[in-house]
Design a binder for this molecule. Structure first.
Ligand code: DMJ
Length: 456
């Protein structure tokens, strides 16, 4: 395995004077981009009015939700780079100041390493790269150090929870998404601070997860990080595994990491052999479940979270499958004009009807439009947008749906709506100059990480 030094030597070292997009690139050439920006502002005002200083807005009761006993500013940190990309300069500057002054990780709370890494660490690092505000890098460095005890397991795979003050860890039964979706953030922190420890630990956790793949090349859903034994052998590309695969591709693209490329190349063969489900009579392609050891077909379900996979396939170079799978995701969406959390594609049946405002289908639409320039993806995105506004908008923000069938709303608007859902809609509709796709890799929370090193 490469050491951090050789890893750093592979990277372009020219300092980038200012990664923030130029003012002129903020000109929104399209009516839809302006609509997205206006709706982002609508939801942001709701957050400010009823949940300011807390993690999330509860859009129906017009109150707030904190993940832990003390808030960690999930929504402001997740939302900040979207504001910058949308050209909300004044608001972004004041939110950045608010975060720099008020966010502290010196708290006696036990937090979920994965969620805090992708939302807060990822958000702080991107916003540091965009603004060069060193206070954000200082916060990221402090957070990174407080998260490090998670890796103190016998296998090197992380525990799920860590106390930010005491370093006490808990919950050894984890999943590939949580053990393997850390390297973009931790390696970027190593690059920016010159401290190799973050990269070393997260890289080891990813490799240790991969090493425990079955003899047919699949990973399961739950694994004990103390024993290294799988506790659930269901294999799929959905929640609990999804972004493990995403980071294999992205760490290859972002860092030129050949280990990640090798791991992806081997994994995708098994994914296509055992999880891919060709419904040739319907001319459809899906990815379902299978047992990681035998390859025996399990549930024929796909869902809102799985809809990230066309983007990953496109990024890895398999545009043909990406397009077919995107058609399937869109078909799933059209069953009720909003996608369900889970859908049995063989029976055309919604099996889990909630919609927590997820971004993945929009993300894949953006990638496919980027790679193909085919206007059908723009139109697809417009349809998604119209439905999203029609069914999820509230007086003070956007609300998740309890059921896409009845369209009954629920009192939740997670921070990823600001980080991802609005951002991907905006990037799809706005001028491509808003953000140079080829200069960044998005972490799984849609925080764009710049490939070129920004020096301290
Ligand atoms: C986000 O926090 C991330 O995209 C994660 O990888 C999956 N879940 C949500 C969005 O659906």
């Amino acid at each position: 395995m490469k050491t951090l030094l050789s890893f750093l030597l592979l990277l372009p070292t020219i300092a980038v004077a200012q990664q923030r997009p130029k003012q002129s690139t903020h000109v929104r050439t399209d009516r839809l981009a302006s609509e997205v920006k206006a709706e982002f502002q609508h939801a942001w005002q709701g957050y400010k009015k009823y949940a300011w200083g807390h993690d999330d807005l509860k859009p129906l009761s017009k109150s707030y939700h904190d993940w832990y006993s003390e808030p960690l500013l999930m929504t402001p940190v997740d939302a900040l780079d979207t504001m910058i990309l949308m050209g909300m300069d004044q608001e972004a500057a004041s939110v950045r100041d608010y975060i720099a002054i008020n966010l502290s990780f010196d708290k006696d709370i036990s937090v979920q390493n994965f969620e805090v890494t992708i939302r807060l660490l990822g958000g702080l690092l991107t916003n540091y790269q965009l603004t060069k505000d060193k206070r954000l890098l200082t916060l990221a460095n402090d957070l990174g150090k407080r998260l490090l005890p998670v890796f103190n397991s016998p296998t090197g795979m992380p525990y799920r929870y860590v106390n930010l003050k005491t370093g006490a860890v808990r919950d050894p039964v984890s999943n590939p998404a949580e053990t393997g979706t850390l390297l973009i953030e931790f390696a970027t922190l190593s690059k920016l601070t010159g401290n190799p420890v973050f990269y070393d630990k997260a890289k080891r956790a990813l490799v240790e997860t991969f090493k425990r793949r079955s003899s047919i090349g699949l990973v399961g859903e739950w694994i004990n990080v103390e024993t290294g034994q799988w506790t659930n052998s269901d294999s799929h590309i959905s929640g609990a595994i999804d972004s493990y695969y995403e980071y294999l591709v992205k760490c290859w693209v972002l860092f030129g990491d050949r280990d990640c490329k090798r791991m992806w190349d081997e994994s995708i063969v098994a994914i296509n052999k055992y999880l891919k489900d060709d419904l040739s009579q319907r001319n459809e392609l899906w990815y379902g479940h299978a047992d990681m050891n035998t390859g025996k077909r399990g549930a024929t379900t796909y869902g809102a979270l799985d809809a990230f996979f066309p983007a990953v396939l496109a990024l890895s170079g398999d545009l043909a499958k990406a397009k077919l799978l995107q058609d399937s995701s869109f078909k799933m969406w059209q069953q009720a004009d909003i996608e369900p959390e889970e859908y049995n594609y063989r029976e055309n049946k919604i099996t889990s009807p909630g919609y927590p405002l997820r971004p993945e289908i929009v993300e894949s639409t953006y990638y496919l439009y980027h790679y193909t320039k085919d206007p059908r993806y723009f139109r697809m995105g417009e349809q998604l947008w119209r439905d999203f506004v029609k069914y999820c908008r509230t007086d003070e923000g956007y609300a998740a749906l309890k059921s896409v069938v009845t369209k009954e709303k629920s009192d939740s608007m997670q921070s990823f709506v600001f980080a991802e859902t609005f951002k991907y809609f905006y990037l799809l509709f706005a001028s491509p100059k808003t953000l140079n796709f080829d200069q960044v890799v998005f972490n799984t929370e849609a925080h764009p990480v710049f490939k070129r090193l920004v020096r301290k």
